[in-house]
Design a protein around this ligand. Structure first.
Ligand SMILES: [Zn+2]
Length: 319
């Protein structure tokens, strides 16, 4: 249904109109993983898009947007813009960012920021939500899994890990994942991270140390996980300038902690298009990109036509 609406928006020219209207704003895209086109272990996983989809999207951005770094959107725009700007970001720090996204970014010479969960680097572990996905693939609907994951996020970090490994996975009859699943979903190694850090195209940012849900932590713990991630990233990049809170969950006063830790800006998961010098740079909204968007749907989605419509629909439903 939504895809149909996106297609309609594209063919009617509405997306072109919105792209022009939003020319002075910045579309910040949020990706998670990019999987090999041959992989089947990820079938149906919304957060992991296919390499061919990613390539088509990068080709669109290259042609119609001025793809820039997060840092550049914080600076005064002195030259008049001819194209709307876009920023590419990835959350979590999957090895597949290095394996599949990075070669495509290089091919199109597009910069991107990757927010790293530093405690997962070289850890030999999988993220808990991927364990849930791999254990329930084909058995649980998208919505049921989402609801289950939301309940998991209410647990404290340690309790969450324990619950997934010692109760949930055994209840699903899982003792270990296949090598293929592990390879598709594993986090970056130190070596891969250093290769990304060396590239002029890649900016590394913090996504906390252990992907803690910040709203479940004391202020002291928020400070600790933020500072630990900075300590881990510093040898690779020097100053750590950008931050993304896991799942976009934080309390308003945490913004002060982010600022004090030395970050210049932070992105969240609120859907929207960023207007520089009007919005708070510690609350930069993004547009999440998942699997299954055709190039045309992608073009419509990032044109910004959907946000006002979505708000209007919510308003009508509430009434
Ligand atoms: Zn995350």
């Amino acid at each position: 249904m939504k895809n149909l609406l996106f297609q309609l928006c594209y063919y009617s020219g509405i997306s072109h109109l919105f792209r022009a209207l939003n020319k002075h704003k910045v579309v910040v895209l949020m990706y998670h993983g990019v999987m090999s086109d041959e992989s089947t272990v990820d079938s149906g996983d919304w957060l992991q898009i296919k390499a061919h989809e990613f390539r088509a999207q990068m080709a669109w951005l290259k042609k119609h947007y001025d793809v820039c770094t997060l840092e550049s959107i914080l600076k005064d725009q002195t030259t008049p813009v001819s194209k709307p700007r876009a920023v590419i970001t990835f959350d979590d720090g999957y090895a597949n960012n290095y394996q599949y996204a990075f070669p495509i970014l290089k091919e199109f010479e597009l910069p991107a920021t990757i927010f790293i969960t530093t405690g997962m680097v070289d850890s030999n572990k999988l993220f808990w939500w991927d364990k849930v996905y791999l254990a329930t693939r084909g058995k649980m609907s998208f919505d049921t899994r989402r609801a289950f994951e939301e309940r998991c996020k209410q647990l404290k970090p340690r309790a969450l890990e324990d619950y997934i490994d010692h109760e949930f996975l055994p209840s699903q009859g899982i003792t270990q994942f296949s090598d293929e699943a592990y390879e598709a979903y594993r986090p970056l190694t130190h070596h891969e991270l250093s290769k990304l850090a060396e590239s002029d195209l890649i900016t590394l940012g913090s996504h906390t140390h252990n992907h803690e849900i910040l709203t479940q932590l004391s202020d002291k713990q928020v400070n600790e996980t933020v500072r630990q991630s900075i300590t881990e990233l510093t040898p690779f990049i020097g100053n750590v300038k950008f931050f993304a809170a896991p799942n976009g969950y934080y309390k308003p006063h945490h913004l002060k902690i982010f600022k004090k830790a030395g970050f210049k800006a932070a992105v969240n998961t609120e859907r929207g298009i960023y207007l520089p010098f009007t919005f708070n740079p510690y609350e930069i909204p993004r547009i999440g990109i998942g699997r299954g968007y055709s190039q045309r749907s992608f073009a419509s989605l990032i044109s910004g036509f959907w946000e006002p419509l979505d708000k209007l629909l919510h308003h009508i439903i509430k009434r």
